[in-house]
Design a protein around this ligand. Sequence first.
Ligand code: DX5
Ligand code: ZN
Length: 242
Amino acid sequence: MGMITLSSSQEAEVKMSEIGSILVAPSILSADFANLASELKRAEDGGADWIHVDVMDGHFVPNLTIGPPVVRAIRQQTSLPLDCHLMIENADLYLDDFAKAGANHVIVHAEACTHLQRTLSHIRQLGMKSGVALNPATVPDALSYVLDVTDLVLVMTVNPGFGGQKFIDSVVPKIRAIRNMLDEAGRKDARVCVDGGINEETARLVVQAGATVLVAGKSVYGAPDVAQAIRSLKSSVAVSNI
Ligand code: DX5
Ligand code: ZN
């Protein structure tokens, strides 16, 4: 990065423009697990903003993936923020481990957390951004009493568990409802992220509805050119991002 000195008002402008921008978070669930270092580099060199890490326990979702030791290994290979999506029960037991492993964001499922407010507060106390994921069938009201302790909302546009599933259109209005809830609660700084079946076509729909982070597995790592896939996602929403 160049040595540019910014005045405090310029810094404020940078922050505003960053909030207004659309971020792409490739999901390594669709990457080649045997070559994670080079897969991370492909994403980072290709303009990825965050790396999305799907953690599954075989209970909350019918699939098993990775845990803190792999997050620790990934941390050594990229400087991008690690966006850890916990599709697990008993998330509280593992929050310290994810923090120590170098996670930047920890997102828990509202459906899997009995004491959601406490869990989110704990994530923040550990110095990470807190996130809540909502399954397609979960109502936005699940967030009503935790808006003040939530930095990210991950709206699932597939039922979680697997990459490469079809986008569920009926979830789109929920994105707008959540964006409005956050704004009305004075949380314009909190981002709405979308996960599942995101491609150039569905990206437009979710960005128009208020999402500013696109998690994408198959459409990025399933493409022959990762950098081109990330560029295509960003340019597909460029018109709606005004
Ligand atoms: C699904 C995961 C997603 C998944 C998205 O349970 O949470 O992050 O990797 O993959 P695509 O973009 O292929 O639907
Ligand atoms: Zn995910």
